[in-house]
Design a protein around this ligand. Structure first.
Ligand SMILES: [Zn+2]
Length: 382
């Protein structure tokens, strides 16, 4: 199985230049390859004796026409760029993947630029890229954290975004499935907290709330500038400075959210064999007290996706409750399902005088916290 770790890398000034050159080179190879591909295809349509373009033909053509400066850069960049171009064409013609567009030329204005290499190694905690013959100085690149993954390193992609450098390190690893413990749990997702059989996880810590508020202020500020000054507004230094602050906060929110979810899903697959969750892609909930609703909603999707692949890794069972399953309305003790006027709404039930956070069964008189009741209902599905 392949596991990928994304790490920040800190190249020195010499290697920064080399990484930048390789990013440019990858784009050059892709664009030249695409042009060659298109030309060959045109020639082939006019005169079928001309060879039809494929990865090998295009790559050979490009290697034949290499300029002197290209020998100072890693040969793997060209090889892998053309490989990816071939894959892009293959996906485009694959009828079962209707979403794939035609391969397009890449612009240097795109904020994220990168390249790939399959010859990189981790040498004493640093990233070592393959050194072309014509280059003298070459340094290993410091990595932000000690990689805890060991094994064979696959195709590494290095990229630059907002002036920072990152590397995706995919390792071939043998995962040992987690020990079986015979326990099961159910998870109920809510705004700001997640309930499960052993307690509650807070998904809206104070620091996240503060960030949400600030993001809202920045978004409003940017929108106001655009409204007052039109398109020119985006060119101003104030606007750019504010946008950088906004992006920085987006990054922080992303990190906090992913940290909470990652820790919780790891706990779930370690402590339980079976997990039941509701099968809702984006939960339809009123988020009255959450400032950045879209950002908070994205947590639900991420949670499900993350739990899915971890259960897969460690050979645990994930059960998705049907969308129509009445986990909120059902009594977990006697199975009575509230219907019509008796239904629990977000504000409880006014005709019966119950509060928003409690479940009161009208049949057997059972009283429980509303979310705990939902967890027990989901657990009843096993
Ligand atoms: Zn009941």
């Amino acid at each position: 199985m392949i596991r990928t770790q994304k790490v920040r890398i800190y190249p020195n000034s010499h290697m920064t230049k080399i990484l930048d050159d390789l990013c440019d080179y990858r784009r050059y190879c892709w664009n030249m390859g695409l042009e060659t591909w298109n030309d060959m295809y045109d020639l082939h349509t006019i005169e079928p004796t001309n060879s039809c373009p494929n990865t090998y033909v295009v790559r050979n053509e490009m290697v034949r026409n290499k300029y002197d400066w290209q020998y100072k850069l890693s040969a793997r960049t060209l090889q892998l760029a053309i490989d990816d171009l071939g894959k892009a064409w293959k996906n485009f013609f694959d009828k079962s993947q209707p979403d794939w567009g035609k391969p397009r030329f890449k612009s240097k204005k795109i904020p994220r630029q990168g390249f790939k290499t399959d010859r990189a190694k981790i040498i004493s905690g640093k990233l070592r890229l393959d050194k072309p013959c014509d280059v003298k100085n070459w340094y290993d690149i410091r990595i932000s954290k000690n990689s805890d993954l060991t094994g064979e390193l696959k195709v590494v992609s290095v990229y630059r975004e907002n002036g920072k450098y990152w590397a995706s390190l995919p390792f071939e690893v043998d995962l040992k499935s987690k020990a079986k413990c015979g326990r099961s749990t159910a998870v109920d997702l809510n705004v700001g907290h997640i309930n499960y059989t052993d307690g509650i996880v807070n998904t809206l810590p104070k620091k996240l709330g503060i960030l949400y508020e600030r993001i809202k202020i920045y978004q409003k500020g940017l929108a106001r500038k655009r409204f007052l000054n039109g398109k020119i507004a985006t060119k101003s230094n104030n606007y750019k400075a504010m946008r950088i602050k906004l992006q920085r906060d987006y990054g922080r929110v992303f990190n906090i959210q992913h940290d909470i979810i990652q820790k919780f899903t790891t706990k779930l697959v370690t402590t339980y064999d079976k997990v039941v969750i509701e099968n809702l892609s984006v939960k339809d909930m009123k988020m009255t007290h959450v400032a950045s609703k879209g950002l908070h909603r994205s947590m639900f999707g991420y949670f499900r996706q993350n739990l899915m692949y971890k259960c897969n890794w460690y050979d645990k069972e994930l059960i998705l409750a049907d969308k129509t399953y009445p986990s909120t309305q059902r009594c977990s003790k006697c199975g009575y399902i509230k219907r019509g006027e008796d239904r629990i709404t977000l504000g409880g039930n006014s005709s019966h005088g119950t509060r928003h956070n409690e479940y009161v069964c009208y049949k057997c008189g059972f009283v429980l916290d509303r979310d705990e009741n939902a967890v027990l209902n989901l657990l009843a599905l096993i």
